[in-house]
Write a protein that binds this ligand. Structure first.
Ligand code: NAD
Length: 485
């Protein structure tokens, strides 16, 4: 069996069966070559309305389907991702510009999300509550109904599956809107996987499209909650529209994560971790190390070695299997990255490596002599750029790391774990790694940020139970309750 051939999504969207989209179709462009890989349907608000209606209908039966059947569908989905990984990898490398290691990681996490979600289906669905009355008082978790999922381009399979899988497992239907640049990796793959896994028709709809389609998901009264992953700027718009429609919304937003390098590190190991944190997937990861905060006693050695590392990394077409970095997703992203780098250099930063590009291939870049106000340090770059600032005391390191509107991930490298933990306590983030860089993901761990990085950790473990169910209070008593009148 092949999951993706023939490419039945040409000019179509998946809405409980492959249907022609009302918004027409659009090319799927390979960022490394500019070639058209296929065409994808582009949904419009009418498609969203039809999908939401069909999902509402299908969800009633799904909610009463036994947990064993729901879990079996999720297990089969996880297994199908694993069995078809080679085919998925070759597509995802071309559509997203990821190197092979990155897409292997993506299919691994996506299959684990499905297996973890399968386990969620059999979790207890409530609690017995204390009550001051002679009655039984219960908390019951009930499915939300239809969940809307909006995902970005950068790690599309992971970011769609981590919401789609638990939402389905807990008895919901899903309308998924992937980024229009990555409709296959972020959407059609899951449609095909769940189709083959035996998910009943009407429960998962994949509607690629832009902001208008996202807005239609938020405003549709049949969609009970939105799981949004994307930039902070868009997240604010999503939150505002959701508030107007009194809709539950989970927000997983941007980051500008710090990696603190203390004075007691092995510099070579620290540089390797720092390079991975900033350059993996061309820096297009929400947890990317965006700020290197380095003790002044090791900073010169660190910058020199990081620049050497950056200069040595091969950049090119990831389909060759021979490169460490592939292309940025498109010209807009490249121009944004280059603008942040050049304006920082204009403001006095020293370009220790990179700062150049060819087409969408941006060289891994190291900026030294950076001040905290410089654009490449103060903003989320979402490109392969490592700005370095220096500190002289632990207090200064904590103050620098905490001085950000974002609060997603934090890495601290030190040979004294206790010192690292004490430092981490002073810096508000949703994720902390002592002796690792900032980019990590496991389906069993909570994932999410504070401050402008989102509404807090919710993926992983039981957090998904809260995210994709509503809580209902139920009381039972033997006789009708007595009243004074
Ligand atoms: P983006 O915000 O531009 O787009 C994300 C999604 O929102 C896309 O599907 C897009 O089509 C849709 N969208 C755009 N405007 C919308 C609107 N007005 N209403 C509803 N939907 C709308 O993000 P991007 O640039 O594609 O992705 C990169 C960003 O995502 C970075 O900031 C990155 O840090 C963040 N991100 C966060 C996480 C996380 O878990 N915290 C994970 C990955 C990426």
């Amino acid at each position: 069996m092949t999951l993706l051939e023939p490419r039945t999504w040409d000019g179509q969207v998946f809405s409980g069966g492959w249907v022609r989209s009302h918004g027409g179709d659009a090319p799927i462009v390979e960022p490394a070559t500019g070639k058209e890989l296929g065409r994808s349907g582009v949904a419009d608000a009418e498609d969203v309305a039809r999908a939401a209606a069909a999902a509402t209908e299908a969800q009633r039966d799904w909610a009463t389907t036994s947990f064993e059947e729901r879990a079996a569908v999720l297990r089969r989905a996880g297994s199908l991702i694993e069995q078809n990984a080679d085919e998925l990898h070759s597509w995802m490398i071309r559509e997203t510009g990821s190197i092979p290691g990155m897409v292997q990681f993506a299919t691994h996490v996506a299959s684990q999300e499905c297996y973890e979600a399968a386990g969620l289906a059999s979790r207890p669905i409530g609690d017995i509550l204390p009550t001051a009355q002679p009655r039984l008082s219960l908390l019951q978790r009930v499915p939300i109904g239809v969940v809307g999922v909006i995902s970005p381009f950068n790690a599309p399979l992971i970011l769609s599956s981590r919401s789609v899988a638990p939402a389905l497992a807990l008895g919901n239907a899903v309308v998924l809107k992937p980024d229009p640049r990555t409709p296959v990796s972020g959407g059609m793959v899951l449609a095909r996987v769940f189709e083959e896994a035996g998910l009943p028709a009407g429960l998962l709809h994949v509607l690629p499209g832009g902001a208008d389609v996202g807005a239609a998901l938020i405003t549709d009264p049949r969609i009970g909650a939105i799981s949004f992953t994307g930039s902070t700027a868009t997240g604010r718009k999503v939150a505002a529209l959701a508030a107007e429609h009194l809709k539950r919304v989970h927000l997983e937003l941007g980051g500008n994560s710090a990696l603190i390098i203390l004075d007691d590190v092995d510099v070579d190991r620290a540089v390797s971790a720092g390079a991975w944190g900033s350059f993996l997937h061309q820096g297009q990861i929400c947890m990317t190390t965006g700020r290197h905060i380095v003790h002044e006693s090791v900073a010169d050695a660190y910058v020199a070695a990081l620049a050497g590392h950056a200069d040595a990394l091969p950049v090119g077409d990831p389909a060759s299997g021979q490169v460490a970095l592939g292309p940025l997703i498109d010209e807009n992203q490249r121009d944004k990255v280059h603008g942040l780098v050049t304006s920082s250099v204009d403001a006095g930063a020293r370009l220790a490596a990179g700062g150049k590009y060819e087409g969408l291939f941006y060289r891994p870049t190291v900026l030294d002599e950076v001040s905290t106000a410089m654009p490449a340090y103060a903003n989320e770059v979402f490109g392969p750029v490592a700005p370095v600032v220096r500190f002289s005391s632990a207090e200064e390191a904590a103050r620098l790391a905490a001085d950000s509107s974002y609060g997603l991930s934090l890495g601290i490298l030190t040979s004294d774990v206790g010192r690292g933990l004490a430092l981490a306590e002073q810096i508000p983030t949703g994720i902390v790694h002592i002796n690792d860089q900032t980019v990590n993901d496991e389906a069993v761990a909570p994932f999410g940020g504070v401050l402008d990085s989102g509404t807090g950790a919710r993926f992983g473990g039981t957090a998904n139970l809260d995210a994709f169910t509503n809580q209902r209070w139920i009381t039972l008593r033997g006789d009708i309750a007595p009243y004074p009148f």
